[in-house]
Design a protein around this ligand. Structure first.
Ligand SMILES: C[S@@+](CC[C@H](N)C(=O)[O-])C[C@H]1O[C@@H](n2cnc3c(N)ncnc32)[C@H](O)[C@@H]1O
Length: 262
């Protein structure tokens, strides 16, 4: 994440140690990331540099997320449009990951009636995400962007219905009082261990996923991904595995893949 500036370094938790099993899964995720082709980004030339003063500019975490979606669509037909009717991105920023997902689903099945929902706490992100969808020719009735905290305003409507959920959260460790803005700082400020927003999202993810649903969540090691996996498995019966893992600047980014299927 581009905003992990030196001022946050002293807040960094002790280096995370992983169990032997989780370390092995991390190694597999590194291998998978090396095998995987770089996904082709949606067209973003409707945006200017000044837009990124207000909305998170796609970065290494965004690219890894898109690569994970592309990898699974290329290698696992179960993700294809025929069985995907509802998708959701929490914290959509420019909308790039959700637009990519929809373009791949519609590309696989042009008659796809999948509806994508995008949320963000930042009003500017909602405006930009809608323009990204339009600019990439997504039908308006298949891309709905809603300003809200996490997916709170959609919980009732989408409970148990989301087939693919994506979330690149604010994961940088910061003081807790930096969490909760609705401007650009909301893109990175993650509170203690970078976990404040992530931890609030976990029960919502569990509530929203459909029976065969999949969630892709970006984390860094400071977030203690193994503990996140235990929380999801123990409290919600959702399996979690590191899926793609790649070093970016001074940290490892990991996509945690969460699945409800037994
Ligand atoms: C790291 S950025 C990711 C943006 C985009 N998904 C991407 O991958 O490029 C995190 C996004 O989450 C949003 N966000 C932060 N806290 C949120 C919350 N409580 N509810 C909804 N969105 C939130 C931020 O405004 C920001 O757009």
């Amino acid at each position: 994440m581009s905003s992990s500036s030196a001022e946050y370094l002293e807040l960094k938790p002790a280096p995370t140690t992983f169990s032997v099993n989780f370390a092995r899964l991390n190694d597999e995720a590194i291998r998978r990331a090396k095998e995987c082709d770089s996904a082709k980004m949606p067209n973003m030339d409707h945006l200017r540099m000044r837009d990124y003063d207000h909305v998170y500019e796609p970065s290494d975490d965004t690219y890894l997320l898109i690569d994970a979606i592309g990898f699974d669509i290329d290698s696992d037909s179960s993700l294809l449009a025929a069985r995907t009717s509802t998708t959701l991105e929490i914290g959509c920023g420019t909308g790039t990951p959700g637009v990519y997902l929809m373009m791949r689903l519609i590309g696989s099945l042009p008659s796809s009636s999948t509806v994508h929902y995008a949320t963000d706490i930042n009003e500017a992100a909602i405006r930009v995400a809608k323009s990204t969808a339009l600019h990439n020719a997504l039908p308006e009735d298949q891309f709905k962007a809603v300003k809200c905290d996490l997916a709170s305003d959609l919980l009732q409507q989408l409970e148990g219905k989301v087939d693919v959920l994506i979330f690149n959260p604010p994961y940088v460790p910061t003081p807790n009082d930096e969490v909760g803005s609705n401007g650009i700082e909301a893109s990175w400020a993650g509170g203690v261990n970078g976990r404040v927003v992530i931890d609030r999202a976990l029960p919502q993810i569990a509530q929203l996923l459909s029976r065969n649903g999949i969630a892709y969540v970006v984390v860094v090691d400071d977030n203690n991904p193994e503990e996140i996996a235990h929380i999801m498995e123990d409290r919600h019966g959702i399996r979690v595995a590191p899926w793609l893992r790649r070093k970016a600047r001074n940290e490892y980014l990991t996509i945690l893949k969460m699945t409800t299927a037994a």
